[in-house]
Design a protein around this ligand. Structure first.
Ligand code: 3PG
Length: 221
């Protein structure tokens, strides 16, 4: 592991999370759907998205978004096994996100040379990642493991760790999370309701994204 390289890729991860404010967690049934959703999210104002490696179409969707949607940063999410790191990189993923980060996965991620947002749910897990040199983590599943009170409680003992709380967050509470000093970004899928995607109502995805970003801007101005 090269600490200087990890420091620089963590810096890049923090930069892309801060820029987008909301990291949509996108699960796709086809590459074409991935491209359509990415365009809709981008039109709503986000600058990065995570495509989860939970469906057979995910890697091809990452490649398609990378190729067809200029100006959006596409990463791979739900990275839970070592071979997925290289698969995601080959598909063109610009960053990686995990829901949780056991030691072997943390070591491989620290070495991989891509910006990474490793998942953690407790102070102990966050500390283990901090020891390896990570400075930004996905707090998952955020609402289930403590929500805003947990985020606030972590500010004292883990003052130099930034979070991307994800899991159970919605339009109503996203602005409150982003008002916390240790929150770089919030993740979630609330702006992509299943029925909207089934009906190809991508206009509603754009509207919901823009509405959330406007609420965040108002709350933090
Ligand atoms: C994830 O994997 O990050 C979650 O599925 C996203 O959480 P949400 O769907 O509750 O927003």
């Amino acid at each position: 592991m090269d600490p200087a390289r990890l420091k620089s890729t963590q810096y890049a991860a923090i930069g892309l999370l801060r820029a987008t404010r909301i990291l949509p967690v996108v699960t796709v049934s086809s590459p074409a759907q991935g491209v359509a959703v990415a365009r809709a999210l981008q039109a709503g104002g986000v600058t990065a998205i995570e495509i989860t490696l939970r469906t057979p179409a995910a890697l091809d969707a990452i490649a398609a978004v990378r190729h067809d949607v200029a100006g959006i940063v596409v990463g791979a999410g739900t990275v839970i096994a070592l071979p997925q790191i290289e698969a995601a990189r080959s598909a063109g993923a610009a960053f990686l996100v995990t829901p949780g980060t056991p030691p072997a996965l943390a070591d491989a991620l620290a070495d991989c040379g891509l910006p990474v947002v490793p998942g953690a749910a407790t102070p102990t897990e966050l500390l283990a990642l901090r020891e390896r040199g990570f400075r930004v983590c996905k707090l998952f599943p955020a609402s289930a493991v403590g929500g805003l009170p947990l985020v606030r409680a972590l500010q004292g003992p883990l003052a130099d760790m930034l979070l991307c709380p994800t899991g159970g967050i919605g339009e109503d509470d996203a602005p409150q999370y982003l008002a916390e000093r240790n929150v770089a970004c919030v993740g979630g899928s609330w702006m992509m309701r299943t029925e909207w995607l089934a009906d190809e109502r991508y206009d509603l995805v754009t509207e919901a994204t823009a509405r959330s970003l406007a609420a965040i801007a108002r709350a933090n101005s």
